[in-house]
Design a protein around this ligand. Structure first.
Ligand SMILES: [Zn+2]
Length: 132
């Protein structure tokens, strides 16, 4: 059985989330700048039939896009956790009502289910299912 979250842990988690939100926002801004740089560089590049600069650019763009998507998802989780951290049931599993555990909340901000429920695919009414 996982211990319920204490007030001290809740406060520490909130501080961690606020810090992470700042870091993620900065990272996201950097990634968006990188994408704009790639687009700009591509527009400035003269056509070259021998090499295929577009392939490299497409790869770079795909990489930046996937990093951006991951960073956005993480930021959304952090925002969700920040919105929920003050609620009385924060840290309780939406599937079974048991404590999610502070360690899991630290690693996966915004998570709504305990390990057992997540593994069993049990989600609460407020949680999006596997299809969205
Ligand atoms: Zn559960």
């Amino acid at each position: 059985m996982v211990a319920p979250i204490t007030d001290g842990e809740r406060a520490a988690l909130r501080d961690q989330l606020l810090c992470e939100r700042r870091v993620m926002a900065r990272q996201l801004a950097g990634l968006e700048r990188s994408f704009e740089d790639l687009v700009e560089a591509c527009e400035l590049q003269p056509p070259d039939d021998e090499h295929d600069p577009d392939a490299t650019t497409a790869y770079d763009r795909a990489q930046v896009t996937s990093l951006t998507t991951a960073a956005r998802a993480r930021l959304e989780g952090v925002e969700r956790a920040l919105a929920a951290v003050g609620e009385h049931d924060f840290g309780s599993c939406h599937g079974c009502g048991q404590s999610i555990g502070v360690a899991r909340l630290q690693v996966l901000p915004g998570v709504r289910n305990c390990v057992a429920c997540a593994a069993a695919g049990r989600t609460g009414p407020e949680s999006p299912g596997p299809e969205g």
